[in-house]
Ligand binder design. Structure first.
Ligand SMILES: *Cc1c(COP(=O)(O)O)cnc(C)c1O
Length: 214
């Protein structure tokens, strides 16, 4: 790779929210084993149609009333951001890997823990027996100039080092190159693989590579 990173240390998560099971299977057949979903009910409907060696990553808003069920169906949670959800995860009789979601730019209305509350929250997560802390995750501001994301990604990497996170979940279709340069171990790619989602980008054509290759 041009950025001096070993591809083996980077996990590509194919974000398959709104994508039908048949198309997920196409991606699976191309070798992808990590998929990201943001709604529990939607995922539960897809699971019976897909191979069981898929690693499912929960990337949606983690509501505490659904946290236990999410822990049972998913392998990794990327969006742990509340004490109430943590309390629920502790009640599940299996260990779940969790990233803490950080609101890295301190944006109002955005989900995630504020950087200045992180130390306290991490110490609670680390004390949990059923939750394995793996690192930090961020979505970051939706900037037009992706180069401007670099500073936020770098901040997240420093925070992650400070709290002893081993993995770093950052980078989406629009900014994954910068995220990888700044140390991402998990990138979450949706539209660049599967095409624009009609639910949030109604005017765009489907440019997905999987579609193009038939
Ligand atoms: C939808 C989503 C993604 C993927 O976004 P794309 O821009 O389609 O790659 C990544 N992370 C989270 C948390 C998401 O909700």
């Amino acid at each position: 790779m041009s950025v001096g990173r070993n591809p083996d240390e980077i996990t590509l998560i194919a974000v398959s929210k709104t994508v039908p099971a048949e198309l997920i299977r196409e991606a699976y057949e191309l070798g992808i084993r990590d998929f990201g979903e943001s709604r529990l009910q939607e995922t539960i409907l897809k699971l019976p149609h897909l191979p069981n060696d898929i690693r499912w990553h929960f990337i949606g808003k983690l509501q505490s009333n659904k946290a236990k069920q999410i822990a049972r169906h998913f392998d990794v949670i990327h969006s742990l951001a509340s004490r109430s959800a943590l309390t629920e995860l502790e009640k599940v009789d299996q260990i779940i890997c969790a990233f803490i979601e950080i609101n890295i730019a301190n944006e109002i209305e955005k989900s995630g823990i504020f950087p200045n509350s992180l130390d306290e929250f991490v110490s609670e997560v680390i004390e949990c027996s059923q939750v394995h802390f793996c690192g930090l995750m961020t979505i970051g501001p939706n900037l037009i100039d992706k180069e401007q994301m670099r500073g936020y990604f770098r901040d997240l990497r420093f925070l992650n080092q400070k709290v002893g996170g081993k993995s770093l979940s950052m980078g989406m279709s629009g900014d994954f190159e910068v995220a990888i340069q700044e140390g991402a171990t998990h990138v979450r790619i949706g539209s660049a693989l599967f095409g624009a989602r009609s639910d949030i980008q109604p005017n765009q054509q489907n440019h997905g590579r999987l579609h193009d290759s038939g």
